[in-house]
Design a protein around this ligand. Structure first.
Ligand SMILES: [Zn+2]
Length: 342
C-alpha cells in the first residue's frame, strides 16, 4: 500500500498487516535519549517517501547500526506492519519487518523515480564517471545538437554519451544569485538546501558546518541551439521558451518528448574546471570577488562592476561545451558539462 493510504487508513487491523515500499529520502541526526533503566538509547529519524507522500520513520535499537548505512534516494525499504505514530510518523516495533532493497521490479522503479524527483540542488561532481582527459583527446569527436543528443540518449539511456555541443547562453543569473546570497550551493546530507555567496556553508537543520559549496548550476539557467533549449533545472524546455532559436523547425519534437521521459528535474552537473573556463576565474576567485561587494567602498563598487560586466559579456555568447551523459543508472541520468572549449 502507499504511504498516503497507510496514514489515511483508520482500521488498525489492516494497518497491522500493511506492506509499504518506500525509498530513503534523508537520514537525520541521531539524538541520544535515556531508557527507564538509565541506558542510552539511539534513535534515528529517516525521511522516507513513495510516489504518494513522505513520512518520518523512527528507528532505534539494533536497527540503527543498519540504518546509518542506508543511502539517500537509493536504499529501498519494504516495511511490513510498521506502527503509526502521530502525524506522518511511523516506527518499527517487534512485530515489524524491514526488508532492505527487496529484489522486486517495483523497488527499482521507485528508486529511479526518487532519483529523478529528488535531484539535489547541487552535489560533488561524479569524477569517477568520466575520464575527462581521455574524452578530450579522443580521436573521434562527436558534435551533437540538443536534438541529436536527445535521440542518442533515448536510444540507449543507460549508456554514457560524450561529445560537443555548440550552444548560446540565453539566460544567466550571476547578479541575481549574488543578490539573493545564492551564488554557491550544496545539498546537506540531511536534505536541506544550503546557499551562500561564500564557498563554505552551515546547515541550521542538522548543525553541520564547513559544508563545501559549489557554484550554483542556475548561474547558467538556459542554453539554446537551433534544435531546442536546455535549462539548468530541466533537460529540455517546453516549446514556450522565451528565447526560441530563429531556425527552430516546427516538426522538432524535443520539448514534448522530454515530458514523457520525465527528465524535468535533472540539473546539469558542471565541473569546477568548466566553470573556470566559462567565467575566466576559478570558484575560489569568484568567491573572493563577491566577498567585497557590500560595503559601498570603491573596491566594492569595482567588484560589482566586474560582476555586471561578466554577466553582460557572457549573455548570448556562443560556447562549445564538452558534455557527457551520465547514463540513467546513477545518479538518475544527468547531463554533465565537462569543459568549455571555445
Ligand atoms: Zn543538514
Amino acid at each position: 500500500m502507499s504511504l498516503t493510504s497507510f496514514f489515511d487508513d483508520k482500521s488498525d487491523d489492516e494497518v497491522l498487516n500493511a506492506k509499504i515500499l518506500v525509498c530513503v529520502k534523508a537520514i537525520g541526526t541521531m539524538p541520544t535519549s535515556t531508557s527507564k533503566e538509565g541506558d542510552p538509547v539511539r534513535t534515528l529519524n529517516v525521511v522516507i517517501c513513495d510516489q504518494s507522500s513522505e513520512a518520518t520513520l523512527s528507528v532505534s535499537g539494533p536497527v540503527v547500526s543498519s540504518a546509518i548505512l542506508w543511502k539517500e534516494h537509493s536504499t529501498i525499504l519494504l516495511l511490513s506492519s510498521p506502527a503509526k505514530r502521530l502525524g506522518y510518523n511511523l516506527t518499527i516495533t517487534a512485530r515489524s519487518l524491514v526488508e532492505i532493497n527487496p529484489n522486486v521490479s517495483e523497488a527499482e522503479h521507485l528508486r529511479r523515480w526518487s532519483q529523478h524527483e529528488n535531484c539535489p540542488i547541487n552535489e560533488p561532481f561524479p569524477v569517477a564517471l568520466f575520464d575527462i582527459e581521455a574524452i578530450a583527446h579522443a580521436p573521434i569527436r562527436l558534435q551533437f545538437t540538443l536534438a541529436s543528443l536527445d535521440s542518442f540518449i533515448r536510444a540507449s539511456p543507460s549508456q554514457p554519451h560524450t561529445g560537443y555541443l555548440s550552444v548560446i547562453l540565453t539566460k544567466l543569473h550571476l547578479l541575481s544569485l549574488w543578490k539573493r546570497q545564492q551564488l554557491f550551493s550544496m545539498q546537506c546530507r540531511c536534505g536541506q538546501p544550503i546557499y551562500a555567496n561564500v564557498r563554505s556553508g552551515h546547515c541550521a537543520a542538522c548543525d553541520t558546518s564547513e559544508i563545501k559549496l559549489r557554484i550554483n548550476a542556475n548561474l547558467v539557467s538556459e542554453m539554446t541551439d537551433e534544435t531546442g533549449a536546455i535549462s539548468s533545472t530541466s533537460f529540455f524546455l517546453p516549446s514556450t521558451s522565451p528565447h526560441p532559436p530563429p531556425n527552430r523547425s516546427k516538426t522538432t519534437q524535443v520539448p514534448s518528448m522530454s515530458r514523457q521521459h520525465s527528465r524535468r528535474p535533472s540539473k546539469i552537473l558542471w565541473t569546477d574546471e568548466a566553470w573556470t573556463q566559462l567565467l575566466g576565474r576559478s570558484p575560489e576567485q569568484l568567491a573572493k570577488l563577491v566577498l567585497d561587494t557590500g560595503d559601498g567602498s570603491a573596491q566594492a563598487q569595482h567588484n560589482l562592476n566586474t560582476l555586471r560586466y561578466l554577466e553582460q559579456r557572457l549573455m548570448f555568447m556562443r560556447v562549445i561545451l564538452l558534455v557527457g551523459w551520465t547514463g540513467d543508472d546513477e545518479p538518475g541520468g544527468r547531463l554533465a558539462v565537462l569543459g568549455v572549449v571555445g
